[in-house]
Design a protein. Structure first.
Length: 509
């Protein structure tokens, strides 16, 4: 139920259901209806109040009839947060806006999203609140998008205050985007962090602060990944340089999991308003790839509401196995990913590479914890993506840890991370890992049978080499893990690093 305050009058407004249970559209909020446009600088305000019940649709749209001559749209909102019993979710309400082009899936009318990070926003042709896209406030039906993330048993009561300011629109800025190339070292190992948040979504850092932290962490590349908005894309160019490649993307934050669109074309928006049961994810995964990006499901076993990945991995180019400081969620993700490697061997199909990212939002979140180290032909967007897609990478907790992982056998054949050592089933194979920056870490070699080798701890210097001998008939693949010491007996310590696999033997025909 909603009410609409126009001056001193209050009128009840009808609810219109659209898209089955996925969305709800309310009655319209109207402004100036006279023939004359209000004077420049004049303002009009409307207040809308309503209550959403438990079990509300994922998205509720409030239409706003915007007249001509508007220079700025401003929206502020509040909602109640009643006490709830232990174990019960309280109220959380996200917000965004679509312009006169409508709310159709695909986002032609998308003008911004701040989730629950802000209590108000504005849009003008020359500027907008972080998370929102500057541009003209044209005449037509706009829609404020409310996302009741969680609703308490008492319901969620909200209030919207919508203010229009009239006048000349001003001059639109010309967007400038970061270059797709930095000064690389040719074919080399490059370090990156592809999942992080600035103040253009729910982070607290500016792009400049993030870039400085990325350089301090020894990173060669990063990827912008704000929740459900591309609004930061035009604000990174000044932070790029010969020493730092900045790619552009989005964290597509659905109610059934999050996916990083990694390295899309500037200005690319990817819609998030669907669940797995809607069978729409494939469409948007293809959109990410058409825009030059990679599809990377994020933190697939995270326990926050809506965070766990429910769409399957058939459309994925890689998967984020390690997210931020290492936790039990990451341990589960690592084991689940390993199971996909076994399935790829059994079914003789392509395998899914893994990566790690910080998902850093604010202090004390560390940019580059962890970081994905990619073997690429150069420091360009395309080359880095090729390396990630091919699995020529390992994940390390910091710039201090460096490793080399190879397999050799037969007539001088050898293979590195993400590659295949083509040898006969019974040909002896030597697997070797060399590491620096891993003091007292234990090396484990993991195969399709599980952990088949565990080393003694490396020295306190952090440097060492470990070898293991096997055959392709005994191990279809081998990957390496470096783990910190633990006092919990058989329980493995936290990861310091892990590699993508090396496959052994001829691929099945």
């Amino acid at each position: 139920m909603c009410d609409d305050d126009h001056g001193n009058s209050t009128s009840r407004r009808a609810l219109i259901v659209t898209g089955a249970t996925a969305a709800l559209t309310l009655g319209s909020v109207t402004f100036a209806s006279g023939a004359a446009t209000p004077a420049s600088g004049a303002q009009e305000t409307r207040t809308v109040r309503g209550t959403l019940p438990t079990g509300s649709p994922d998205y509720v749209y409030v239409p706003v009839e915007v007249p001509s001559g508007v220079r700025e749209l401003k929206v502020a909102y509040t909602y109640d947060r009643p006490s709830v019993p232990a174990g019960t979710q309280g109220n959380a309400l996200d917000i965004g806006v679509f312009d006169q082009h409508g709310t159709g899936l695909g986002g032609r009318g998308f003008r911004g999203w701040s989730g629950g990070a802000r209590t108000e926003f504005f849009i003008r042709v020359d500027d907008a609140t972080p998370g929102y896209l500057p541009g003209p406030v044209r005449e037509g039906t706009w829609h404020i998008a409310l996302g009741p993330y969680t609703v308490s048993p008492q319901g969620l009561s909200y209030e919207l205050t919508i203010t229009l300011t009239y006048g000349e629109p001003g001059v639109a800025p010309t967007p400038v985007y970061p270059p797709e190339r930095a000064k690389g070292r040719g074919r080399a190992w490059y370090r990156g962090d592809c999942h992080m948040h600035s103040w253009y979504s729910d982070g607290r850092r500016t792009p400049a602060e993030i870039a400085a932290l990325a350089r301090a962490a020894g990173l060669d590349f990063i990827n912008s990944s704000e929740h459900n908005t591309q609004s930061s894309h035009a604000h990174w160019a000044s932070e790029a340089g010969d020493d730092l490649l900045i790619m552009l993307g989005e964290e597509v934050t659905t109610r059934n999991g999050h996916v990083v669109a990694l390295g899309t074309e500037p200005g690319t928006f990817v819609d998030w308003r669907y669940r797995a049961r809607d069978n729409r994810f494939g469409r948007f995964a293809r959109e990410i790839r058409r825009a030059g990006g990679l599809v990377v499901p994020a933190h697939p076993h995270a326990t926050c509401i809506g965070c766990a990945w429910k769409f399957g991995f058939g459309e994925a180019d890689a998967v984020e196995v390690w997210n931020g400081p290492y936790t039990p969620d990451d341990e589960v993700a690592l084991a689940s990913w390993d199971a996909t490697l076994v399935a790829s061997v059994r079914e003789n199909r392509e395998w899914l590479p893994a990566m790690g990212n910080s998902d850093a939002h604010r202090d004390p979140d560390a940019i580059g914890l962890p970081q994905t180290v990619v073997l690429a032909e150069d420091l360009t967007r395309e080359a880095i993506q090729d390396g990630i897609r091919a699995g020529r990478s390992y994940v390390a907790e910091s710039r201090n840890l460096t490793l080399s992982f190879t397999a050799s056998g037969g007539r001088a054949e050898h293979a590195g991370i993400g590659e295949r050592l083509k040898v006969d089933a019974d040909t002896p194979v030597t697997v070797r890992l060399e590491a620096t920056g891993a003091p007292r870490c234990t090396v484990r070699f993991v195969t399709d049978q599980g952990v088949l080798f565990t080393s003694d701890p490396l020295s306190v210097s952090g440097a060492g080499a470990v070898e293991w001998h096997t055959t392709a008939s005994y191990a279809a693949y081998v990957r390496a893990e470096l783990r910190h010491e633990t006092a919990a007996g058989p329980v493995p310590g936290a990861l310091a690093a892990f590699t993508n696999p090396i496959f052994l033997g001829e691929a099945k025909r």
